[in-house]
Design a protein around this ligand. Sequence first.
Ligand code: MGD
Ligand code: SF4
Length: 728
Amino acid sequence: MALTRRHFLKTMGVATGVGLAGDHLFSPAFADGKGPDQAAMTIPTYCEICFWKCGAMARVVDGHVVKLEGNPLHPNSRGKLCARGNAGMGLLYDPDRLKSPMISTGARGEGKFKKASWDEAFNYTAEKMLKIKKTYGPEAMALFAHGCAGSICQHMISAYGSPNIVMPSFAQCRGPRDVGYEVTFGMGPSSPERVDLVNSKVVVLFGSHLGENMHNSQVQDFAESVARGAKYIVVDPRFSIAAGKAEHWLPVRPGSDTALILAWINLIIQNGWHDKAYLDRYATGLPELTASVKQYTPEWAEKETDIPAATIVETARLMGLYKPAVCIHPGRHASWYGNDVQRARAMAILTAVLGSWGREGGLFLPTKASLPKIEGKPYPAMRDSVSQMSKYPFAGAEGLTNEVRQATITGKPYPIKGWIVTGTNLMKTLPNQKETLEAIKKLDLLVAVDVMPFDTVMLADVILPECSYLERFDDLAVGRGRSLGVSIRKAAVKPLYDTKDGYSIASGLAQRLGVGEYFPVPTLEEKIQQTCKHWNLSYDELSTKGFIGIPNTASPYITPENQPHFETPSGKIELVSSELKRKGFDPVPRYAPQPQPPAGMFRLLYGRSPVHTFSRTTNNPWLYELHKENEVWLNAKKAKEMNVKHGQYVVLVNQDGAKSNRVKAKVTNRIREDAVYIVHGFGTTSKELHKAYLKGADDQGLITQYAIDPICGSTGMRTNFVKIEKEA
Ligand code: MGD
Ligand code: SF4
């Protein structure tokens, strides 16, 4: 049965026999008029609406999830969920969900699918994967992964023999940040970041729009630190929510943050506001750093950043006064301009000169608690991955999505012929959608493992629908914050549709690929029970509490007994990086100005909404009600010049002629004149998403130019300019 797009959803609904009212914002328990106390159960889970993985409890009545609550024991939620976490049932009961395996019957992307049984879908996929392996070698299959299903698929693809596992969380997100901190301190700032906001006297945010960028416990800490009187210095071209709480808002010229940071480092050292004793004891390279940053005066920085020299001096003095209780927040989404490792390096060095690494109010030390290692069957020998063979020496373990895409297009350094895409919407995630489509055209196989029919899923040859996180077990989540902790996710309800959990999908494929021995345990629940035994944790206790913490016996701060360990070549904080020097890069960050928008154009900036996660929540019925479409922030003076009114629909056109969907103008004084801003993730082109389809502007569609960081290979994406056109 060949299906057009129009019939796709209808067929999936018919196939399952589960009737859900299309527009219900409540779960069927309420829709049926049943009260909350009938056959009630509380099932522990951890939230999957973003990667913060907050511990949660699902309240289930008569087989329906009726409420989600934060697990009070869990450090990332502390009894609270954010709006997105509360709306997890919106995903579970979204009528647009994928409801059975599908195999494409038309040309790729044409939207013609037939419903398939799991056997058919597994056999189809495995047959093609085995053919690719035979013809090109196992490395010709790549896995793009994000989230829990991604982790278990990694095991399957490694058993198959491919090293090409990539995640957007490195090259499109925090890769440059992690590399910048690793070469300085020998380790990254972790996720969740080890920021001691509640004890900070001064907090500096570079574009980190806490509160809009919603990471539950970190936003709770942010609120508490504001209440406790911490002084915030917010560096952002836009007057963000965080800027509204700040002592100093520095509306920096986009792309010039490094100039500001280098001027601060220079001022702090020249005025003796640095922590000399700390640097003497723990750092190397102070004389070379001092000489190198001498050129970066506040007057010079004013010209680059548009921040008055006097403000630069005043804010540097503030940091010096309150050191070491100064938290230079390392940020998270750091792939901005293509020179991002060096900006992160500058932030790390600023942290070091203030003596804030490992100090109260700065960044606390990682927990020393640990869990016993689990040894599995070793994977077969593999070729080097495309990322390892790239020209970027600091490509991290999470790999370079963009390099795999490039290898798929060019066949170099070797052909990539198949992609499995799980939990990531590449069309919305990678810059330059034309390149993504070009690569997809060259594939022999595109498999999507997903819950929703998002843009990339609709391009697949075969769709393997995963059940939502409330219908499945997932591997134990190990969190490393102030302490180590283990969370469990149990299935709160049975799968509503013909869907499977990630473990069953990965092991179903593994059996047919001849590597079933890598999945010796039949179900994930049994595997979790084995892991609990190995870690000496009670499965029953974990099943009741949802979370077990393993206390950190060491102090989170440097003390005479608790000395820090820096895994750099020198064993010290490297103000001058020996690793960067050895690989031919500037060992001390140097400032390079960014191109500025041509006349009549604005730099395109993007960020987050507190009620959405990237593109993944845009069709969630609850969250859709809260934020249906994005707006373009436009400076009021510029809007007046162009005669654009607040609320008027406009179209954004970039330097290469790429056009956005219609998007409402938000006319405001809260943004610089040279930039516009939209929230990322909107404007899906999947017609199967009946709420989100074409709602708002897709920032990724306008990001046709990107700048690759020469050190780690991440893609800087704030490199595009747009003009505003009125709707025709
Ligand atoms: P999401 O949009 O959350 O993240 O980008 P992505 O990795 O694409 O992923 C969406 C896909 O995951 C959807 O298809 C959704 O249905 C699916 N999904 C949701 N839950 C599940 C599940 O339980 N199982 C499975 N199998 N699938 C699921 C994020 C990436 O984007 C990141 S990390 C960053 S920081 C970057 N942010 C960013 C930006 O801000 N602007 C621009 N222009 N680009 C960006 N790219 C990066
Ligand atoms: Fe879920 Fe919100 Fe926590 Fe993310 S921050 S895991 S969406 S509750």
